[in-house]
Ligand binder design. Structure first.
Ligand code: HEC
Length: 139
């Protein structure tokens, strides 16, 4: 038996053993949990540079609905929509940077008045926008 086949068999055996014992469930649960905990922290430090970058993204893509001061009073929000105030302490979809990141990236179902920005705003720019909003809220 070649070394590669032995390794393959060992892996298959491990996997087969894990499933009935439930070990794989723990392993699977550990993966995403660890990722989410790490993502709580904005990977981009709050700096003048980041705030400036975030302000640009905000002005281009978000201000029309969320308003000049990000208080939800945008001039051109779709009729019947109520854009969120992004500088108060109320977060309908979670208040950590990671949760806010997910809302911006995936949008708010089912109406998607709050669009999914994935593909149009890069991950880095989403973190910059969050830094910009955190800074604005602290003023
Ligand atoms: C077309 C209008 C529109 C645009 C443009 C828009 N939003 Fe929104 N946004 C909304 C609406 C409406 C909601 C409320 C959704 C809900 O809770 O049903 C919302 C909700 C949010 C929330 C969740 C707030 C909370 O309380 O949890 C965040 C964060 C957010 N928007 C950030 C952004 C950012 C950042 C951009 C720019 C990249 C952006 N939005 C662009 C309309 C918009």
């Amino acid at each position: 038996m070649t070394r590669a086949v032995q390794v393959l068999l060992a892996l298959t055996a491990t996997f087969a053993l894990c499933v009935p014992t439930g070990t794989s469930v723990v392993v699977a649960a550990n993966g995403p949990t660890r990722e989410i905990v790490e993502a709580q922290d904005n990977p981009i430090e709050l700096s003048e540079e980041s705030i400036r970058a975030g302000r640009q993204v905000y002005g281009r893509f978000c201000r029309s609905c969320h308003g000049l001061r990000a208080d939800g009073a945008g001039m051109t929000a779709p009729p019947g929509s109520t854009p969120a105030n992004l500088v108060d302490d109320e977060w309908d979809h979670g208040s950590t940077d990671a949760e806010i990141f997910t809302v911006i990236k995936d949008g708010v179902a089912p109406k998607f008045d709050m669009d999914a920005w994935e593909g149009r705003v890069s991950d880095d720019d989403i973190w910059h926008v969050i830094n910009f909003l955190r800074d604005l809220a602290s003023e």
